[in-house]
Design a protein around this ligand. Structure first.
Ligand SMILES: *Cc1c(COP(=O)(O)O)cnc(C)c1O
Length: 460
């Protein structure tokens, strides 16, 4: 499989190249030249398969011969070994038509583990084979950082650099990153928000300059992340038994990676009716779906911090596809968006709305949903999942008739401040039980690329 840039000015690359990189040199994002497709019968025949077997079906067409088949199968067989649930991503019934897809059984209790665990073993394998070293770079809105650290914890080939927005993630989220004792992990708190961190990371990839080291992205700008996130749409549809009737997915969204992965699952043949994008009060994407106008506003701090994103990176990938791979149109869109506001033609908006709907949920409504879910359904969701459930409630009746799967993207124990007073505080798992007393290690830096670069040149 070859991968091309959404901005059309970089050469096509193979899978291993894009796995071990970040943005394309032209600033765009890599996407596969074509998307593999499966018939409904083929998908139905995977029923009863283990998570890693479905992973194989989904991933090997994207990887091709870049990783030998027996090696890839072995990597996948052990990819989710340290997860705490035998189904890896279990489905829980919430009411008659609504299921929750629980994606928090990995080591850091948010869905980012599901892709970073296996990418960690895959990237480590490739670097080892080639005798290469690299620096893993990530900006985190709270959960990517710790998942990347755990995914690459035992790598001898990597340095890990994580930028988080100072004071804008939960204490548990921060401590999951800053209390680790691995010497190859470098945590930096940026005096800014997630978008500032993401900009600095993208700047590193465009300059491609950190003392000649190979740079690899852990964010969903890395296509490998998206590929791994397609898997649980297939496993959940199979376990609901819905390979011939259409399902709706409701996806708590920030950087739009998970929602874009759902879109790919649909293109690959999974019968998805609507992808419902649930956002908090950072509603740029929601406003776009409503009006066709994409207007950047600074991110606000909410009680679902992992979704406090203004400029959603993966939106560019969706746009590229909807524009039928017109990289000039995408480049123009990105340029105009950076200067304020851009509106797409109504024909494009129409195409997007065939597949996507959206909803924006306030902090107040999020807290009400946490309480309601606990009291009426005996299920305590985390704030991000509650944004999803609350959006789900606002779907039109025509859409409600389907089977609906809401993604439960994090465990409530990560956000103890938000637990409703009626509910007991959920416990952290044993490996994190002393998290709040462990010493922390991180460096606070201004929101400035040069300052971060200088710091890393001294540290690495
Ligand atoms: C990252 C994250 C999201 C948003 O996912 P995107 O792929 O960035 O849209 C939602 N919920 C939680 C808990 C997260 O960590």
């Amino acid at each position: 499989m070859r991968y091309i840039s959404t901005r059309g000015k970089s050469e096509a690359q193979n899978f291993l190249h894009i796995l071990l990189s970040g943005t394309a040199p032209d600033g765009g994002l890599y996407v596969p030249e074509s998307v593999p497709q499966f018939s409904r019968q083929e998908i139905a025949s995977w029923k009863g398969c283990h998570y890693h077997e479905i992973a194989w079906h989904i991933m090997h067409p994207f990887i091709g011969s870049d990783i030998p088949a027996p090696t890839l199968q072995k990597l996948l067989r052990h990819g989710w070994d340290n997860f705490r649930h035998p189904a890896i991503a279990p489905l829980i019934q919430w009411d008659e038509h609504i299921w929750l897809l629980e994606l928090f059984y990995g080591p850091t209790m948010a869905f980012k583990d599901y892709s970073l665990a296996v990418l960690g073993t895959m990237i480590d394998y490739v670097l080892n084979e080639n005798g290469q070293r690299a620096v893993l770079l990530a900006a985190t809105s709270g959960d990517t950082g710790s998942a990347a650290i755990e995914g690459f914890a035992h790598s001898k080939q990597m340095d890990i650099v994580i930028l988080h927005p100072h004071g804008k993630i939960s204490e548990i989220q921060r401590r999951q990153m800053t209390t680790v004792t691995y010497p190859h992990v470098h945590n930096i708190a940026i005096e800014g928000n997630f978008d500032d961190c993401q900009k600095i990371i993208k700047h590193f990839f465009q300059m491609n300059d950190l003392a000649n080291r190979r740079l690899i992205a852990a964010n969903s700008i890395n296509w490998g992340r998206i590929m791994c996130q397609i898997i649980y749409y297939f496993t959940s549809a199979l376990s609901i038994g819905s390979t011939d009737t259409d399902i709706n997915y409701t996806i708590p969204s920030g950087n739009f990676g998970n929602a874009y992965a759902a879109h790919l699952a649909r293109k690959m043949g999974l019968p998805i009716h609507k992808i419902h994008v649930a956002v908090n009060s950072n509603h740029i994407v929601h406003h776009f779906f409503q009006t066709g106008e994409y207007r950047i506003r600074p991110a606000q701090h909410t009680i679902s911090p992992s979704m406090d994103v203004a400029a959603a990176s993966n939106f560019e990938r969706l746009l590229f596809e909807i524009c039928e791979k017109d990289s000039v149109a995408v480049s123009n869109f990105i340029q105009q968006q950076e200067t304020g506001c851009v509106t797409v033609p109504s024909s494009l908006l129409g195409a997007i709305r065939q597949e996507f709907s959206s909803c924006s949920i306030s902090d107040e409504a999020t807290m009400q949903m946490m309480e309601r879910s606990y009291l009426q359904h005996h299920y305590l969701p985390d704030p991000h999942t509650a944004v999803g459930l609350s959006s789900q409630m606002q779907l039109h009746d025509a859409e409600k008739g389907h089977n609906n799967i809401v993604l439960a993207t994090a465990h409530p124990a990560k956000f103890p401040q938000q637990i409703p007073s009626q509910a007991p505080t959920p416990q952290l798992p044993a490996h994190l039980s002393d998290l709040t007393t462990r010493p922390e290690r991180y460096t606070r830096l201004p929101n400035n690329f040069a300052a971060v670069r200088q710091h890393l040149l001294e540290q690495l």
